[in-house]
Design a protein around this ligand. Structure first.
Ligand SMILES: [Zn+2]
Length: 333
């Protein structure tokens, strides 16, 4: 194109007519070429524009599809996070200790557990001392936002060691509701794009929990003041909520066997207080519970602290409904 113009650039045009025959083919040629070029340029520009436009849309969609990654420390807080993040576009909610069933009191994280934290933005903890691995998580993933769901809950001091608090807050429906509220508020701050959905999910789940609490309060009211014996330190918050008195915790450490002296003490207590129901847990089958039952005639019932269960939005509610049925049966006089 430039070569074609070379002569005309320097040749002065006498008149338009004179110039025309010279100009004409040139014009024609350049017009075609220019049109071709401008068409080509337009196409290139358009495709660049479209590509960048699509790229922006694509990236937005990818961000949306990628969503936020939330890792919860163990089952009960995982179920809370699942409800709070319900149907949020692109969200992924994982249970860090899914391979483990029970309270992670002294749980040491595996390499596979730690891998789940890669790329996560949020870590949901029960707090109150439940996650002994919290510090190593915070150290290894300094960018991770850690939500302490038990913040603001009136914690109960441990019976044995008054310097520590009992971490089983979620076993109380009211405290579980407080945890869900903390979680919902914090996640909405971290991922404000979906604030409306988090707020709605949080309100919906709290409404379900409130219905459960009212039902349990009313149906357990006749048994308020009942003395109960449990086999793991999981029920003080639950007992506080529904007015039960835990007179003994037979196995302070889950799965640990009480000494002969402790067994004799508990047997005497069951007989003296006229206790007819002993509460074991599905996660920790108790040999001691059956031994005490044998000696005293008390019956063993299974009360579930919701530390394991199905991967289901309503799992916690269903577990508590079942606990309600068990308690009504066990405490009926
Ligand atoms: Zn526990």
């Amino acid at each position: 194109m430039v070569l074609y113009f070379r002569g005309h650039k320097t040749a002065p045009l006498q008149s338009a007519d004179e110039a025309w025959p010279l100009k004409y083919p040139a014009f024609r040629a350049t017009e075609i070429l220019d049109r071709g070029a401008s068409f080509f340029r337009t196409c290139v520009l358009l495709s660049i524009f479209l590509a960048s436009g699509l790229d922006i849309i694509g990236r937005a969609e990818a961000d949306e599809a990628k969503g936020i990654k939330i890792v919860a420390s163990f089952y009960p807080v995982y179920i809370m996070a699942k409800n709070v993040g319900r149907d949020v576009p692109g969200i992924s909610v994982l249970n860090l200790t899914a391979s483990f069933s029970g309270c992670p009191h002294d749980y040491a994280l595996t390499t596979d557990d730690m891998k789940k934290l890669a790329g996560a933005q949020v870590f949901v903890a029960n707090g109150a001392g439940m996650e002994s691995f919290l510090e190593s998580v915070a150290t290894q993933y300094p960018g991770l936002k850690i939500i302490n769901t038990s913040l603001g809950i009136a914690l109960i001091k441990d019976e044995g060691d008054r310097a520590v608090v009992n971490p089983h807050v979620w076993v109380s429906i009211s405290d579980c509701m407080a945890q869900v509220k903390n979680l919902g508020t914090s996640v909405a701050e971290i991922d404000p794009v979906h604030k409306e959905l988090y707020d709605r999910n949080t309100a919906d789940y709290i409404a379900k929990l409130e219905a459960l609490r009212l039902k349990m309060q009313s149906e357990l009211a006749p048994y308020s003041g009942s003395k109960i014996i449990t086999f793991h330190e999981a029920f003080p918050y639950f007992a506080r909520e529904f007015g039960f008195k835990i007179v003994a915790v037979v196995e302070r450490e889950p799965g640990s066997q009480p000494s002969a002296k402790e067994m004799a003490q508990t047997i005497r207590l069951v007989k003296d207080k006229g206790i007819t129901a002993l509460f074991s847990e599905p996660q920790y089958p108790s040999v001691a519970a059956y031994a005490i039952a044998e000696e005293t005639g008390a019956k063993v019932y299974v009360l579930d602290p919701a530390v394991s269960g199905p991967d289901d939005y309503d799992a916690y509610i269903n577990i508590m409904e079942n606990n309600l049925a068990v308690l009504k049966k066990a405490l009926a006089r």
